[in-house]
Design a protein around this ligand. Structure first.
Ligand code: DX5
Ligand code: ZN
Length: 220
């Protein structure tokens, strides 16, 4: 399956939380392809962010794909709630529960795109027996929990290895990278084979008047 054009997914973790609806409208108008929603539970990761009620309230502010990144454990009890709230894609970490295949089946049974997220120390082999079901693979280029961290370069060969697996699968699986993405690291990710980039700090810095230029800088 040939690589798709690069999609930019601003992470609203770096938005103004007092004005999330307006922030989503602003990045949508500025050219965002997807809206990345970081869900943290203060258990799987050391931070606490957004629940399904907030996603439901935000849903009417954009028609773009809500790319929901679940950093929660357990995963399964929250999948239906986020699907009903308006998530289009749900991604989770294999370390968050014992039944990865079942969680993917659960997401797909609700008609949503299923993604698996690889932490920096998680090997590519976790994908071995689920590539036939996945719609997205997300490579973490920071340890999950916070925005504004430095890009971990050792993830670049992992991105290349996963690109080869996607090509071999013949399926249109998105290959997304999350963490420390800026214009320079974006280029490295794209060269390694990524076709979707999450960016919080790099998109939201400077305020709404800068969003279009910030997003453009990540594509080129
Ligand atoms: C980290 C989150 C990321 C984060 C990215 O746990 O998954 O989406 O918000 O933020 P930046 O782009 O600032 O590294
Ligand atoms: Zn994320």
């Amino acid at each position: 399956m040939p690589k798709q054009s690069v999609r930019i997914a601003p992470s609203i973790l770096s938005a103004d939380f007092a004005a999330l609806g307006a922030e989503i409208e602003a990045v949508d108008a500025a050219g965002a392809d997807w809206i990345h929603v970081d869900v943290m539970d203060n258990h799987f990761v050391p931070n606490l962010t957004i629940g399904p009620m907030v996603v439901k309230a935000l849903r009417k502010h954009s028609k773009k794909r809500f790319d929901v990144h679940l950093m929660v454990s357990p995963v399964d009890p929250l999948v239906t709630a986020f699907a009903e709230a308006g998530a289009d894609g749900l991604s989770f970490h294999p370390e968050a529960g014992p039944h990865v295949h079942r969680s993917i089946q659960h997401i797909k049974s609700l008609g949503k795109r299923a993604g698996l997220v690889l932490n920096p120390a998680t090997p590519v082999s976790v994908l071995d027996n689920v590539m036939d079901l996945l719609d997205l693979v997300l490579v973490m280029s920071v340890n999950p929990g916070f925005g504004g961290q430095a890009f971990i370069e050792s993830q670049l060969p992992k991105i290349s290895a996963i690109r080869k697996l996607i090509e071999a699968s013949g399926r249109a699986i998105d290959l997304e990278v999350d963490g420390g993405v800026n214009p320079q690291t974006a280029r490295q990710c794209i060269e390694a084979g990524a076709d979707a980039l999450v960016a919080g700090t790099a998109v939201f810095s400077g305020g709404p008047s800068k969003y279009a230029a910030n997003i453009k800088a990540l594509r080129s």
